[in-house]
Design a protein around this ligand. Structure first.
Ligand code: DX5
Ligand code: ZN
Length: 231
C-alpha cells in the first residue's frame, strides 16, 4: 500500500494559501485536504466552492474536499465543478448515503464517507462495498490542533476488516491530531491517507515538515509490511 499525505489548509495562512500549498507540494504532499464547515453541522465556518475553484488553479495535486456540512447533497455538484477530485460526506449528515455516494461518482469524483469518533463502525456496513475511500475522524470535527483520539486505531483496524470482507481495496483516510508522535501507530493500524493540518502548516518550514511526516509514515508502513511478510 502506498501512503499518501494530505495536508489540511485549515491550519495554513489564508492570506498566502498558494505559497503554503506549493511548499507542501515540494515536501511531498500527494493531495490537498480542504475542510468545508458550515457553522451548523460543526461549530465553525470555513470556505466554499469559490475557494476550491481558486485552489484548483494553483494546486498540482488532487483536491480532497471534506464536507462537514448539513444537507451535503445540495452542494455536491458545486464542489465537484469547482475542482474536488475526492469528495467526502459525513455518515451523520447524509440520511441517504447510498444515493449520495452514487451521485458523487456520477459527477466524476471519488466518493468518501466520513465517520465521527462517537459513531460506531456499523454505520458504514451498508456502504462499504460502494465507497472509494473511508475517512475516520481521529478528533471531533470542527477545529484544527486537537489531540489525536487513541481509540481511532482500533476503529481503523475494524473498518479495514469490513472493507477486506467485501473485497474493496478502498483506502482509509485518517484526520485529526496526526503528527510525528501519532503517525506511526495509525499507519500500522491500516491508514493509507494521512490528513495533517497543524503538523504541516504551523511548522516554521512547511516543506521540511511535510517531508519529515511523510518519511515517518512510509517508514511505519515498511515496518508493518515486513512484519506481515514474517508472519
Ligand atoms: C478537523 C478537520 C481536520 C483538521 C486537522 O475538523 O477535519 O482536517 O484540519 O487538523 P490537525 O491536523 O491540526 O488536527
Ligand atoms: Zn478534514
Amino acid at each position: 500500500m502506498t501512503i499518501r499525505l494530505a495536508p489540511s489548509i485549515l491550519a495554513a495562512d489564508f492570506s498566502a494559501l498558494g505559497d503554503a500549498i506549493s511548499a507542501a507540494e515540494r515536501g511531498g504532499a500527494d493531495l490537498i485536504h480542504v475542510d468545508v464547515m458550515d457553522g451548523h453541522f460543526v461549530p465553525n465556518i470555513t470556505v466554499g466552492p469559490p475557494v476550491v475553484r481558486s485552489l484548483k488553479r494553483v494546486t498540482r495535486v488532487p483536491l480532497d474536499v471534506h464536507l462537514m456540512i448539513s444537507e451535503p447533497d445540495r452542494y455536491l455538484e458545486a464542489f465537484v465543478e469547482a475542482g474536488a477530485a475526492m469528495l467526502s460526506v459525513h455518515v451523520e449528515a447524509a440520511p441517504h448515503l447510498n444515493r449520495t455516494v452514487v451521485r458523487i461518482r456520477q459527477l466524476g469524483a471519488l466518493a468518501g464517507v466520513v465517520i465521527n469518533p462517537s459513531t460506531p463502525v456499523g454505520a458504514l456496513e451498508e456502504v462499504v462495498s460502494e465507497v472509494d475511500f473511508i475517512l475516520v475522524m481521529s478528533v471531533n470535527p470542527g477545529f484544527g490542533g486537537q489531540a489525536f483520539l487513541p481509540q481511532s486505531e482500533s476503529k481503523v483496524k475494524r473498518i479495514r476488516e469490513m472493507l477486506d470482507k467485501v473485497r474493496n481495496p478502498a483506502p482509509i483516510e485518517v484526520d485529526g491530531g496526526i503528527d510525528l508522535d501519532t503517525v506511526g501507530r495509525i499507519v500500522r493500524a491500516g491508514a493509507g491517507i494521512l490528513v495533517a493540518g497543524s503538523a504541516v502548516f504551523r511548522a516554521g518550514d512547511i516543506e521540511a515538515a511535510a517531508r519529515e511526516l511523510k518519511a515517518a509514515a512510509e517508514e511505519a508502513e515498511r515496518g508493518a509490511a515486513s512484519q506481515l511478510r514474517q508472519a
